[in-house]
Write a protein that binds this ligand. Structure first.
Ligand SMILES: Cc1cc2nc3c(=O)[nH]c(=O)nc-3n(C[C@H](O)[C@H](O)[C@H](O)COP(=O)(O)O)c2cc1C
Length: 127
């Protein structure tokens, strides 16, 4: 991936085993970017990945229907009808509960987990 500096003259090569070019991600927005919006926007083209609205994790491990409510695409290989991957966003600060929910939804077919934790967020994906 190449990153442009402020005056857009030089490029800095960032090496990462899985990122070979710039990616365009559809930002998660609670109450805005749901399944229907993901379907519509990805049908227009240009998106490399979507992320679900956040699923708040406190301490319990959710049953499958909860994950499918936020991510109906789990029934479609975790992709929008246009084929764009959808990552599941988990929000919380309890690492054990986050890991248990991540493992559960990965077994359901999630292609990746977007971890929304304070103070920083990060994304993990499955090959
Ligand atoms: C209404 C609304 C809902 C949002 N919901 C989420 C969310 O569920 N998860 C998340 O990580 N970010 C959420 N965000 C943050 C956005 O994904 C985005 O990171 C933020 O708007 C900053 O975007 P920008 O850096 O392009 O300005 C939300 C933002 C808005 C305005």
């Amino acid at each position: 991936m190449r990153k442009y500096n402020n005056n857009c003259c030089k490029v800095q090569k960032i090496t990462h085993p899985h990122i070979t070019r710039p990616r365009i991600m559809l930002a998660p927005m609670e109450g805005v970017v749901d399944e229907g919006m993901r379907d519509f926007l990805t049908s227009l083209g240009g998106y490399d990945r979507c992320v679900t609205e956040f699923i708040r994790v406190v301490d319990k491990t959710y049953p499958p229907h909860v994950f499918k409510r936020y991510c109906p695409e789990l029934n479609n290989g975790c992709r929008t009808p246009s084929g764009v991957p959808v990552y599941i966003q988990l929000l919380g600060g309890n690492p054990v509960a986050m890991a248990r929910n991540a493992r559960k939804v990965s077994k359901m077919g999630a292609l990746g987990i977007d971890v929304n934790k304070r103070p920083r967020a990060s994304a993990y994906y499955f090959k």
